[in-house]
Structure formats: C-alpha cells, structure tokens
Design a protein around this ligand. Structure first.
Ligand code: GLC
Length: 447
C-alpha cells in the first residue's frame, strides 16, 4: 500500500493514497466543501444542517484555506456580516430558507438581526481562525493578510466584549453559556443534571426534523429536546435581551469548551492586535487573559486530574468527565502538572476504546459510543486537543489522535462523528468540518 507522510508535521504519520498518488479522500473533501457551498457560506451538511453555523464556519474556513484562501476569508466575512448590533454572533444564520431544519427562523423569531438568526451563540473560534488565515495568507502576501485582518479584527473584538458583558456580568473572568446548544456539544453529559433541574414548560407541539435524517438512537432524547425548547421559548419571551438572559436562564454553566476557545482566541487576538499596533486593545485583552487564567483554576478537579464544567446556579462542579476537559491545553491555560495529569487520563480513555478522543469518559456511567456528544469521536475536538498537546510537548499522544482521526475518516468517510470503539461513522454524511479538517491536516498550516 502506498503511504504518505503528513505534510504539516513531518512526523511518523502515514495515510493511504489513491492511484494518482493523492490521499484517498483529498479530492472528495474538496468536492464536499464545494457541494456544501451555498454562495459565501458553507452549510455543515445538506438537509440536516442547511444554514451557516458559527463555529462550523471557522473549522470550515480552515479547510478552504488549504486550497482557496480567498474563499476561506469569505466564509468568515459572511459570518461577521450577520453580527448583531450588540456584538453577538448567533449560533445559526438563516441566510436562505429551508424546510429541512427545526427549530428554524419562524420559531426563533429574532428581530434585531441583518439576517434571520437564532438568539444564542456558539464557541467563539473566529479569533483563532482569523489568526490561522493570517498565517496562511502572510506567507505569500503580508499586505493582503493585514488588510483582511484589519477589517475583521474590530468585529471579533466586539464579539469578545459581548461575551464578557453579557455572559460574565459579575466579572469573574470566565463566561457562561445559557443553553446546551451554545456549547456546540448539545447533549454532553455535563449538562444532564443542570438541564433536568428545571421543569419543562407547556411548549407548543413540535415535529423534529433531525430524526428524518438520522436514527433516533444517535440523537438527543425527546425529554432533552423539550428542555432545549423550553429555554428557547423563555428567551424569546424576553426578546433575547442580553441584559436579561443571563439572569433569567434556569441553565447557566461555565463550559470548558467555550471558555477554552475564548481564551485561545484572546491569545490569537492579542497577536493580531500587536501586529496591527493596537496598544489599547492589547491591554484590554491582557486583562481578560489574566482574569481568565486565574479563574480557570476554579475548574480544576484534583481528584480526577481533569477540568470540569461548573453549574453557576449551584456553584458546584459537574461530575461529568467529558472531552472538553482536555481543551484547556488548547487554551494554553493548564499548568505543566495539570497537563501531565490530563495526558495520562487521555491515554487511559484512548486505551478503553480503539480511536481517540471519545467525547465522554468511556469508563463512565453514561458513555454511549453512538450518541452524539455522549461518547462519539468528533474531528473538530480532536483538531483542537492535538494542537494543545503539541504545545505542551506531548507529541506522541497528539500524533496518535491525528492518526486516529485520519484513520476513521479514511475507513468510514466524511461523517459527522464516529464510534470510538469501532471507527464506524454516524450522524450526517458529507460533513463539512470533517472534510475541512482532513484537508487542513494534510495541506494546511499547523494550528
Ligand atoms: C450540532 C452540533 C454543533 C454543530 C451543529 C452544526 O448542533 O452539536 O456543534 O455546530 O450541529 O454542525
């Protein structure tokens, strides 16, 4: 079998080639991005997710950058053209109508936005990606790279300011999510207790569209969905007023993924601010970084050697052991000792399955290898965890995760997520961020 060395890292990674000497799914991944391109934005998956999603757009742009960097910038520019006046970037921008998704624009009923959109957000990966695109572009055209960044920089900064103002009004240094969908890890076991601590309201009857595309055993349950919609209708009744939502939401969590991504985005934004000579902004970002770093220690659970999400309404750390626990490595906020504990936990998790990283501890009580964020392996999380491991010098473990990712993709195709025990694909097909990150790993910059 012909095999190739992974270009980005020059490490001992090898993947299968097709008869023309290209990695097996290289052309196909490009085709998938093109096929999911709706003109300036890329849908995550035809039918299942027919709009532009906030953090998907970031991962997808990294994939476009591997073969068409202009198109990569466009993805981010389109996303930011949907920014709300208060700075928020919604989780979904409903640019064009579609009847294959629920809850769509008519349910959300947001008013204030240039496009129709949801009234909640998602992990703010944009700052990380714009720095990434800067690196890709500056290699050949530094002036263009600076021009592109200078247009997006103020918008991303406004987004980060929104996070701190709307979601950390007590100025603790870490922000809250008020809906599981905001975490990007919709049915993570980290939300179970907090989500079921409040009763479901008398919500209008509804029909789920996701179950028409994907088997019910792989998706969140009806009861969980009722809770999601209860939150949605309460936020709608408050007119999505950011001053109110934080205080009124019966669900308020310090999410590891959101905070790690925001912290890392702040570091990348500081780099860009320095490059643009923006001293005031560097100072502002430094304050966020200082406070965030201190507060992250609050989420460290010494007994398990993992970071944990916090339920802000009870002040308790969630007992759930989820893959988000490793994302503080991506943020660069873990100490060396914490990184060592995380790395050894991660090895144990991977030993339990065949392919890392499972989204929940495979030895834990709620692990389910095909149920969405309660066990399956997700490529975007792997991309961030392996990058974090490399920054801390755990190269072999990073390599193992990269190799596992490329192997499950090569064997099962560009699926939404994968069974970590068998490598089988699940959820949506021709999934954009899987295609994109496959390309980024093969041909892109090092994250
Ligand atoms: C699901 C995922 C979320 C993703 C979205 C679109 O809701 O949980 O992370 O952004 O699908 O792919």
């Amino acid at each position: 079998m012909v095999r190739i060395r992974l270009r980005s890292y020059g490490v001992r990674n090898y993947i299968n080639l097709n008869s023309t000497g290209r990695p097996l799914l290289h052309e196909h991944s490009i085709e998938v991005l093109k096929q999911n391109d709706f003109g300036g934005y890329t849908v995550p998956a035809l039918g299942l997710y027919p709009f532009q999603w906030n953090w998907d757009a970031g991962f997808i742009a990294a994939g476009w950058a591997a073969f068409d960097v202009d198109r990569a910038w466009e993805e981010m520019e389109t996303l930011f053209s949907g920014q709300w006046a208060d700075g928020m970037i919604p989780s979904i921008l409903f640019w064009k109508a579609s009847d294959t998704y629920f809850p769509g624009p008519e349910i959300w009923g947001t008013k204030e936005n240039p496009s129709n959109s949801t009234g909640i957000t998602q992990p703010p990966i944009a700052g990380v990606i714009v720095r990434y695109l800067y690196d890709c572009t500056a290699r050949t055209n530094r002036r263009l790279a600076q021009q592109k960044v200078s247009k997006l920089f103020p918008k991303i900064l406004a987004y980060h300011r929104w996070w701190y103002k709307a979601r950390d009004p007590l100025n603790t240094g870490l922000v809250a999510i008020i809906h599981p969908w905001e975490s990007g890890m919709d049915n993570s076991p980290a939300w179970d207790e907090a989500l079921h601590a409040f009763p479901v309201d008398d919500i209008p009857p509804y029909e789920r569209e996701d179950l028409k595309h994907v088997n019910a055993s792989m998706r969140p349950s009806k009861d969980t969905y009722d809770h999601y919609l209860t939150l949605l209708y309460r936020f709608k009744a408050a007119n999505y007023d950011p001053e109110k939502l934080y205080w009124m939401s019966p669900f308020r969590m310090t999410d590891l993924c959101t905070n790690s991504v925001l912290f890392r985005a702040n570091r990348d934004m500081r780099f860009l601010a320095r490059m643009l000579g923006k001293k005031e902004e560097v100072r502002e970002i430094n304050t966020w970084l200082r406070k965030g770093k201190e507060r992250f220690q609050w989420l460290w659970d010494m007994d398990s050697g993992l970071f944990k999400c916090e339920n802000q309404l009870t002040g308790k750390l969630s007992s759930a052991r989820i893959s988000g626990a490793f994302l503080p490595l991506f943020a660069g906020v873990a100490s060396q000792d914490q990184a060592a504990a995380l790395a050894s936990n991660l090895k144990l998790w991977i030993d339990e399955v065949k392919f890392g990283v499972p989204s929940a501890d495979p030895a834990g009580p709620v692990f389910d290898p095909v149920k969405y964020w309660s066990g399956p392996l997700w490529i975007n999380i792997n991309w961030m965890i392996s990058s974090g491991l490399r920054h801390y010098g755990y190269n072999e473990l990073a390599e193992k995760i990269e190799m596992d990712s490329l192997t499950v993709i090569s064997e099962s195709g560009l699926r939404e997520y994968f069974n970590p025990r068998t490598g089988e694909g699940a959820g949506g097909e021709s999934f954009s961020w899987t295609a994109a990150l496959y390309l980024a790993w093969l041909d892109g910059e090092v994250l």
